[in-house]
Ligand binder design. Sequence first.
Ligand code: CMX
Length: 438
Amino acid sequence: QLVRKETLAAQVPEKQKSLLALKKEHGDHVIGNVTIDQCIGGARSVKCMVWETSNLDPEEGIRFRGLTIPECQAVLPTYSGVTGDGEPMLESILWLLLTSEVPTKEQVDSLTADLHARAELPEHVKTLVNSLPKDMHPMTQLIIGLNACQTESQFAKAYADGAPKTDYHIHALEDILKVVAVLPEIAAMIYRNVYFDGIVTKDTSLDYSGNFCRMLGYDDPSFDELMRLYLCIHTDHEGGNASAHATHLVGSTLSDPFLAYSGGLNALAGPLHGLANQEVLKWIQDLKNKFEAEGKPVNADTITEFAWETLNAKKVIPGYGHAVLRKTDPRYTCQREFALKHMPDDELFNVVDTIYSVMPDILKEHGKVANPYPNVDSHSGVLLWHYGFTQFQYYTVLFGVSRSVGALSQLYWDRALGLPLERPKSVTPEWLWSQVKK
Ligand code: CMX
């Protein structure tokens, strides 16, 4: 309620006006060319999408509404209430991404209460999720669970009732907050069903992340802090990444936010995107198993040997490389700092740190990779593992809970700004040849 009534409603007309002026007065201004390389190569760097909530600089990394991760950590409200003391709350970053304003602790607390109030899962969703086979990938289960929640869509109902397009964003926001609110319980049910006793215990006296941790079965304030950090840094990474782009694309057909974000989750479940965090842990486990069996230690030499085996087998090193970034991902760096603060002597953290000390040079020598540095997925699993969260097949679900906040904050603005159906032009290979043979 507060997000909508006090803050967003005032911003919409101004932003609509500004975008309309850009279109009307400068619509034919050229902002780039497209090469055949880009056309064949996954549209790398082609500027063809407006994104409100965040921007990614190849050298500097992500800025959420203009703020870097360290800046967010310095100004956004924390659970303790003392800004700068601990990690920002997920609700803080949701407020920031949605409204572009740094919230007060009071505003954040009101958002926590709002999300808890919307978190009730329909009975048919509980029955469905509980009926899924335990060997079904947790991401598949999450997508099924979220799709089934679509019965609750107020956007779809309003559309069917003939709502005017000027009101779409108002109905979309109700769904967006509902999706963000229900995802932790669906995610927790999956975790508890697949690995434990199926029992989910809530504690809504806590914030979003703390309650999520209790539902997962963790009761450790230090793990709550890790979850806050994890959920904040995975929210958004501008618009071109596969999960954000898929949400934006599906939403552009006026599919409601439940269906649109399910599309985003399907993209996140790929190993070149969000699934890389599970692949990193698997890679480290395979490495450890191999060298322990051979009676060798895990050190810079054996990591180098294993990395070359992976590359020579024509496989990727998970957690390294990026389509846009050309430096170490600041999301990696802040997780490294968390580890240095909370678990400096952790065995697996030291393995990850040793990988970091050798991998960029290996990848440079390999000579193919545009960015030889680690991305966010390279570090996240190790932190979870430290707290006994070792079920790495599940890790991408946590990413999926978090990414909803960024992708759907943008979806609000997609509807508020009246962005149209996305429909780029494809061309045939013959047409491309005809261009160069002219
Ligand atoms: N290990 C080995 N080879 C790699 C590599 C890696 N980590 N990263 C890129 N390459 C290869 C590519 O496969 C490509 O090879 P081909 O020319 O044979 O096709 C070549 O290097 C050039 O690719 P690039 O321009 O550097 O990277 P892209 O923009 O095409 O792809 C990404 C980016 C992330 C898919 C790629 O770096 C990768 O596969 N990394 C490993 C998976 C991973 O960590 N994904 C998570 C990314 C973050 C996230 O979205 O969550």
